[in-house]
Design a protein around this ligand. Sequence first.
Ligand SMILES: Cc1cc2nc3c(=O)[nH]c(=O)nc-3n(C[C@H](O)[C@H](O)[C@H](O)COP(=O)(O)OP(=O)(O)OC[C@H]3O[C@@H](n4cnc5c(N)ncnc54)[C@H](O)[C@@H]3O)c2cc1C
Length: 427
Amino acid sequence: MMPYKISVTPLWMRTANMPAASSQPFPSSVDVLVVGAGYTGLAAARETAAAGRSTWVLDAGELGAGCSSRNGGQVAYSIKPSFDSLKAKFGADRAFRVCREGLDAVAYLRSMAANEIDCDWRDNGCFFGAHTPRHFKAMVRDAENQPRGLEQRINVVQKSLQHEEIDSDFYHGGCVFVDDASVDPTRLLIALMRRAQECGAQVVDRCRVTAIKSARNGFEVLTSRGVVQARQVLLATNGYSGPLSAWHRRRVIPIGSYQIATEPLGAERVRALIPFARNIVDSRRVVVYFRPSTDGERIIFGGRAALSERDPLACVSRLQQMMSRIFPQLKSVHVTHAWVGWVGYTFDTLPHLGQHEGIHYCMGYCGQGVVLAPYLGKRIGQQMLGLKEGLTAFDGLEFPSRPYYREKPWFLAPSVFAYRMLDFIGL
Ligand SMILES: Cc1cc2nc3c(=O)[nH]c(=O)nc-3n(C[C@H](O)[C@H](O)[C@H](O)COP(=O)(O)OP(=O)(O)OC[C@H]3O[C@@H](n4cnc5c(N)ncnc54)[C@H](O)[C@@H]3O)c2cc1C
């Protein structure tokens, strides 16, 4: 128990000016009904609303209840499998297109941030710290052997020069991903919501969708505010997918991701810790990630501190310990905010979009949806309109499940334990 009070509202939401939810009467029929008002649902809704389709976005919680208001705001190339592993599975052409689209998604958000929206975009790059000398060697090898046409700008940082990047001896060198960036995640959510609303989409809070049934001209959708007939439905529920669709629930694994914000430390002290205000991630399997807050006064530190703990306060001391192993200088600083969100993992660590039994879906960013969700959300919106621009390299990929996985991810605890052991022994 902490001797002082910690807020469970994400730090980003402290000053956020969330747009008002729709004040229109609840409709009896719509063209497009989107379930989930995060980046995915809002990006898709903007496309369908702009094309003149009456579009309603329903969210079970308050606006900003999902991951999109509460993530780390780290912008990076976000396709988890390597080009070589994708090539072994799908062939060189599909592997190249999937990876290329990962880079296109970053370019899309960058261009939107430059030209259309305010999300506090910063070209701060990312320091990827090597947890062991062996990880460092592998990083250097990967940086020097990037597949042609998929190159990213990467600077290798030897351990002897590491203090130029981070005031810590924890890592064994690392790499700077020069083109990575950061955003204020809540501001990105607000910007996407405004764009969708400006095009005519109605966004409704505290309205849970409880069932979707096939009907003559589409679907009959049961919600906590009544029944709606919808010609098309999009599931944009990611790590919050729950019991609404058993098929999706068997394919998306919800995993808690936890963050803390330190008390204000002063901009100078934060700059001394992370001189270029970069995002920091490391090469462990059970990953941690951190960065300065947007005002430069605090450190925001996150990681998989637990698997399914719903109370973020229960994870504070674990995250503090993780942080002080990297920055012993922060051992006694206070934490003022702690929060949790549910990311959606998939068994092949790829995002998936398409249709199942006529219901559209787009989800499974494996904890890396800041770039992927706005981009693939737009694409699924275009697919719902039948536009060929909506086609992606992910279309038609099998969306795998596992035997006996229906509700509880029984395999998670043993695998995370094994990953922690491998991290511990440095493999
Ligand atoms: C702590 C944390 C840190 C992260 N850091 C990063 C990062 O630095 N970089 C990165 O790329 N990604 C990060 N992520 C992941 C990223 O935030 C997500 O991948 C992304 O926000 C997913 O967006 P989404 O719109 O698909 O889902 P969400 O934003 O999670 O929205 C899903 C919505 O669906 C609603 N919903 C579910 N079921 C129903 C229903 N039946 N009826 C109505 N509504 C329903 C939920 O209420 C929720 O609001 C992080 C996530 C967390 C939690």
